[in-house]
Design a protein around this ligand. Structure first.
Ligand code: ADP
Ligand code: MG
Length: 444
């Protein structure tokens, strides 16, 4: 078969493939491929870069070969080769050794800048975030060894980005190259690298980095092609022993529309969560932020702020910034009443707060079990269920963090409470009766 015939045959195959797959998939992976030769039952296809060659070989092969067999010959096999700008066949790029001990400035990476305020030192550690903090610290000290990947999740504004930046900064200090990127930015860069035909450079820049910090992974949801590329990138980096740290605003099992394969990769490392801070941590964060600002406010205001139901630390910081800004310009000392007014916008008003006793008696009435059974170690099914419901409600309808809830329920540990909370969230997905009970009690 001559080169021209091979080219034409492949065009026909592409025409058929085009009607089987979506347009973006076609344009991303197949549009720029060419038929090169057909010899010994092997049809060689040229691709613009190694990335596309791998993708076609590993992910789309069955569909492509089936179409080629229909059009060219039933016993055909396909081989993908990278072709250069003049359609010359190139050997795949040699695998370079990972660039250890390089500073970020020395290599061009698609990294986003790090906020130098987000360090381990400025991160206040308490029961709600200590696991995440220690895991992040361990990763910064020994990248690629213990916890890989490290997956950190929490609601917004509770310190995930802060920890990712802290890892990045600590590594930079030690001249270990790191790369911080949000999954949204990753998607943009990935797409533009395809458009510009430099996917291999994009991939190279990742390969040169020792720690890859990917923030807000939930943005990959619904972006199938980027997920596909992400999955391969992930495996590739993992094989090279690169440390991968991922932050998400929800747990892995709630990333519903993320490919199962990616979910299982995320599950294969260490998963840590950050909960809303408890009273002590809130107070410590307030003190540390105040110290940083160098502004004095009365202790009653600090006590007031630490007792409020802020949705996140970001909101708590927002209220404090407003108060300190006002304190700075006002001549007399700021009153508690004024501080209450200034912070009102940041405090969750919609949620009516309950006392722990209210919650326990609510659950006890609804499920017809005694409150002291809920607090006890009794593992009878109905009581354990009541306990799980109570813990769920305590976390949603009171100002208590997991450590406080544990204390309230007969001295259970922080991690036990987190485990039960996660089980309860999972059960809500799987058991509609359970979900109904929770939503009914939550709306009470
Ligand atoms: P997330 O990424 O989880 O949405 P961020 O990391 O952006 O949250 O945190 C929101 C704000 O709260 C940031 O300004 C961050 O510095 C601050 N913050 C969060 N947790 C802590 C903590 N434990 N100690 C000090 N500041 C914190
Ligand atoms: Mg964040």
């Amino acid at each position: 078969m001559t080169e021209l015939i091979a080219k034409n045959f492949w065009q026909t195959v592409l025409g058929d493939i085009q009607i089987q797959i979506t347009r973006p998939t076609y344009e991303t992976w197949l549009k720029d491929t060419v038929g090169i030769k057909y010899k010994n039952k092997i049809f060689t296809v040229g691709t613009p870069n190694i990335f596309i060659a791998e993708m076609l070989q590993n992910r789309m092969y069955p569909m492509i070969v089936e179409t080629a067999r229909k059009i060219i010959s039933p016993d055909i096999d396909l081989k993908f080769t990278v072709i250069g700008p003049n359609n010359s066949v190139q050997a795949p790029p040699p695998q370079r050794k990972p660039a250890k001990q390089k500073t970020r400035e020395m290599i061009s990476t698609p990294s986003l800048p790090l906020n130098n305020r987000y360090t381990f030192k400025s991160f206040v550690v308490g029961g709600s975030n200590e696991l995440a903090y220690h895991a992040a610290l361990a990763v910064a000290e020994n990248p690629g060894t213990t916890y890989n990947p490290l997956f950190i999740y929490s609601d917004v504004g509770l310190g995930k980005t802060h920890l990712l930046h802290a890892i990045g900064s600590a590594c930079n200090d030690k001249k270990i190259s790191s790369l911080y990127i949000t999954s949204e930015e990753y998607t943009n860069q990935f797409i533009s690298s395809i458009k510009n035909g430099n996917t291999s450079e994009f991939r190279d820049s990742l390969r040169k980095t020792d720690i890859i910090l990917i923030d807000d992974i939930q943005f990959l949801i619904g972006k199938e092609q980027t997920q596909e590329a992400f999955f391969h990138m992930f495996n590739y980096l993992h094989l090279l022993n690169k440390q991968i740290v991922i932050a998400s605003d929800r747990p892995v099992y709630e990333l519903h529309r993320l490919e199962k394969r990616i979910q299982s990769r995320l599950n294969s490392g260490l998963i840590v969560d950050i909960q809303k801070p408890e009273l002590e941590t809130r107070s410590a964060i307030l003190s540390s932020k105040l110290e940083e600002s160098g502004i004095y406010i009365h202790a009653s205001i600090i006590t007031f702020l630490s007792q409020q139901n802020f949705k996140s630390i970001r909101d708590l910081e927002g209220a404090l910034t407003k108060i300190t800004a006002f304190a700075k310009i006002s001549k007399s000392e700021l009153s508690l009443e004024k501080a209450q007014k200034l912070s009102a916008d940041f405090i969750s008003q919609t949620k009516k707060l309950f006392s722990p006793e209210d919650i326990l008696s609510m659950v006890s009435k609804h499920l017809k079990i005694e409150t002291n059974q809920i607090e006890s170690d009794n593992r009878a099914k109905s009581i354990a269920l009541g306990r799980m419901i109570a813990i769920h409600l305590l976390s949603e309808k009171t100002n208590l963090g997991p450590t406080d809830i544990g204390r309230q329920l007969g001295g259970r540990s922080h991690s036990t409470i987190i485990k039960i909370l996660n089980n309860s969230k999972k059960k809500m997905d799987q058991d509609s009766d359970y979900k109904k009970t929770i939503t009914t009690l939550l709306s009470a």
